[in-house]
Design a protein. Structure first.
Length: 391
């Protein structure tokens, strides 16, 4: 058996998938055979969600039906809003989202129906409702009433509307739609693997999604974009970037938003987000955050070449932080917004895990480990009753 310990399973193949492919050497990300760059330029989040769930692009009529299904499922049950109102206003948005998902499941009449069709219905409900949960919590914790969804807005536009209470301008709504596409799927990342592992036990989709959200909450995964924003706020001015980056790296620190576990060249999503950053800066007339992010990217690259003799590249989190900030999205909602997008990919993976056509069928994930604890000699330790133990 090959020893794959202590490498975070990097390079270890655990399953076949038809959903996406990441070519880290060439910087290519594929959703169901389609390059994410083309999808970002020509598609919509609703169409990409259909593609991820069904393994093919929809017809015009098929997309219309899918959009209508999403719109019909947007409303959040009043009892869940009541539950949210009872929570401390200091509750983490990611913790709130993770806890709300199983509660949403209790309202799903197909919860324990394990057919592919029933799971596709669950997926639609989760894709439709997660934006409403995130937006409602932000309003509730700030003393405002949640805003009901509108049926005349896109998935992206409706979220921005429910969050702010104002209709977003079409260009910003479109840019946010592109952001959702870019974050929708990324093969067997930590959160997707967590969701698939839970699904392999035959747990229902809501349980698997809750597990995925928990994995996403860590700063080394979905939490990285909010960590980037903290860095931007700490540095503050372009004039401070070089010294801050140099000091950080010399002390063995990590520049969030730079480098990736898989990509050995630029993350293809980063290039698109860099352009979105420039567009929003142009619309708002405030280039500060874009300029600061670009300066961090440049300084980190220079420092790596000088100190380590190698290249480092921006990942998806670097520019998404300034993009979301300029859109008016609170910093601690950056990761929940990631979940609002990635739910499409998670659902597709959970369905694939449950209903894969490949033979043999997927098995319960059950990795092994080497025990490195102690024995009492060659035998298991003798249990001594507590009253007979000495200090």
């Amino acid at each position: 058996m090959v020893d794959t310990k202590n490498i975070g399973l990097r390079g270890v193949k655990v399953a076949d998938t038809r959903i996406s492919d990441v070519d880290g050497e060439k910087g290519i990300l594929i959703y169901r055979g389609f390059n994410v760059i083309n999808l970002a330029h020509f598609s919509t989040f609703e169409e990409v969600s259909f593609l991820l769930l069904h393994d093919h692009l929809p017809t015009q009529e098929g997309l219309k039906r899918f959009q209508e299904e999403l719109i019909l499922e947007r409303k959040i049950p009043e009892s869940i809003l009541k539950y949210m109102r009872a929570l401390p206003k200091s509750a983490s948005p990611m913790d709130l989202l993770q806890s709300a998902v199983p509660v949403l499941g209790s309202y799903d009449r197909h919860l324990h129906e394990e057919t592919k069709e029933a799971n596709l219905k669950k997926a639609i409900r989760l894709i439709a409702k997660l934006p409403g949960v995130v937006a409602a919590w932000d309003r509730i914790r700030n003393g405002n009433e949640p805003i009901s969804p509108r049926s005349d807005l896109t998935h992206a536009g409706n979220f921005l509307y429910m969050l702010s209470g104002s209709l977003p301008d079409p260009d910003t709504a479109k840019d946010f739609d592109i952001c959702l596409i870019l974050h929708a799927e990324h093969s067997f990342n930590a959160s997707t693997f967590a969701g698939r592992e839970v699904a392999s036990t035959h747990a229902h989709m809501y349980a698997a999604v809750a597990a995925a959200i928990g994995a996403l909450s860590g700063e080394l995964h979905g939490g990285a974009n909010s960590e980037v924003m903290k860095m931007l706020l700490e540095i503050g001015e372009v004039s401070r970037v070089k010294s801050w980056i140099s000091d950080k790296l010399q002390k063995g620190g990590k520049v969030m938003g730079m480098g990736h576990a898989v990509y050995h060249t630029e993350d293809p999503r980063a290039g698109i987000l860099r352009k979105i950053c420039g567009r929003i800066a142009g619309r708002t007339g405030d280039p500060r955050w874009c300029e600061l992010t670009t300066a961090i990217e440049t300084a980190t690259k220079e420092e790596f070449r000088k100190g380590k003799g190698k290249e480092i590249y921006a990942n998806v989190d670097l520019y998404s932080a300034s993009v979301y900030h300029m859109m008016g999205i609170p910093m601690d909602l950056f990761t929940p917004v990631f979940a609002v997008s990635r739910i499409s990919g998670w659902a597709a993976h959970i369905i694939e895990e449950k209903f894969a056509e490949a033979q043999p069928k997927p098995e319960l994930y059950r990795p092994d480990a080497d025990y490195v604890g102690t024995y009492c000699g060659a035998q298991a330790c003798e249990y001594i009753p507590i009253k007979e133990r000495s200090e």
